[in-house]
Design a protein around this ligand. Structure first.
Ligand SMILES: NC(=O)c1ccc[n+]([C@@H]2O[C@H](COP(=O)([O-])OP(=O)(O)OC[C@H]3O[C@@H](n4cnc5c(N)ncnc54)[C@H](OP(=O)(O)O)[C@@H]3O)[C@@H](O)[C@H]2O)c1
Length: 325
């Protein structure tokens, strides 16, 4: 099969299309013929060994590999058709339309990939094309975990989403709205219309408006891109408000522990891993029209270097999709 292979760290050009052996499903695995995948900020971080904080830079070689990524085929999510299943698989069969998240197991930038039946794998609703289904999980899994599980967002609460036009941001705006919150998004001027179309009650153009100006009005501030800090956001958080840091360094890790001990305004954050139940829920929400995929751009597999370049720009709106079939 063809795959996008990355054997050393570096710029987008280190990724090349190569012929690699077809994977074969184990007894509890499903073999998926990939129709669409994405290049995400996770692929960029692994490919470029671009860690967000010194503490993670130290750990990177241990976790990712010393000279190049341990997993030569990047890609954390795919949508496609089940080609074959292992002997113990009962819930899926050939021909099923599925979406899967492999996370740090990676491997979806390829024509075929094997995933465990009990992993983050579920059917794609008939109404959802593969390129749209695959544009959902990466951002929405993080947004759901942060807003629903960590912050426990409730109807009527006020949520500020900073970085509202990125993959996590577009999902966060919609999921916070779905949870019943009054949502304010912060993004660049060019993306105000997109964020408003996702249901944000208010949208601030970050080049013109300062979200810090409004006083302590927010129950939750979700910073999806590390654009601000707990210190900067304290003034806009209610007395028991929560600052959710998607990007964490040592400072945020200490703040998470400290604010958990002393009470009052809290900092929260975690590394999110995918799970089946959330993926099932996200596909249901998409089918029901509560969660709309936002596709920045789409490239065929042979042009995957361009897809990486677009992600590296830091300017993408939603997801960068790669079509494989
Ligand atoms: N904690 C976890 O488990 C976890 C999981 C996945 C990803 N992450 C991290 O989450 C981060 C965001 O990921 P993503 O995929 O959502 O990013 P993304 O899609 O690349 O975000 C791009 C958007 O960020 C906005 N942006 C850039 N600088 C900004 C600023 N200073 N203020 C406000 N908005 C800004 C830009 O929008 P405008 O031009 O409209 O401002 C751009 O459209 C990544 O760094 C990733 O590593 C963490």
């Amino acid at each position: 099969m063809l795959a996008a292979v990355c054997t050393k760290y570096g710029p987008p050009e280190v990724v090349r299309i190569a012929e690699v052996p077809d994977p074969s499903p184990g007894p509890s695995e499903v073999l998926i013929r990939v129709h669409a995948t994405t290049v995400t900020t996770a692929d960029w971080r692994v490919r470029a060994r671009a860690m967000p904080a010194p503490i993670f830079r130290l750990l990177a070689p241990l976790v990712l590999g010393v000279r190049g990524p341990r997993t030569r085929v990047l890609g954390t999510e795919c949508a496609g058709v089940v080609e074959r299943v292992g002997a113990r698989v009962t819930a899926f069969g050939p021909g099923d339309r599925v979406v899967a998240v492999t996370g740090i197991g990676m491997g979806t930038h390829a024509e075929l990939v094997c995933v465990r039946e009990d992993s983050a794998l579920t059917r794609v609703p008939e109404s959802l094309p593969f390129d749209q289904a695959v544009a959902i999980p990466f951002g929405a899994m993080v947004a759901l975990r942060y807003l629903r599980d960590m912050a426990g967002v409730k109807p009527g609460q006020r949520v500020l989403v900073i970085g509202a036009s990125g993959a996590i941001g577009v999902a966060a705006v919609q999921l916070a709205g779905y949870l019943g919150a009054h949502v304010t998004g912060v993004c660049g001027g060019a993306n105000v219309g997109v964020v408003r179309s996702l249901g944000a009650a208010a949208v601030l153009d970050r080049s013109k408006e300062d979200f810090r100006a409004g006083g302590p009005v927010y129950d939750v501030v979700l910073d999806t891109v590390g654009a601000t800090s707990f210190r900067e956001c304290k003034a806009v958080l209610k007395p028991h408000g929560q600052f959710l840091a998607v990007l964490m360094g040592l400072t945020e890790l200490c703040q998470i522990v400290w604010t958990g001990l002393v009470g009052g305004r809290r900092v929260r954050g975690a590394v999110v891993s995918a799970n089946k139940a959330d993926l099932v829920l996200l596909m249901r929400l998409a089918e029901a029209g509560h969660l709309r995929p936002v596709i920045d751009s789409s490239f065929p597999l042979r042009r995957i270097v361009e897809a990486h370049r677009r992600v590296d720009s830091g300017r993408k709106v939603g997801s960068v999709v790669v079509t494989v079939l």
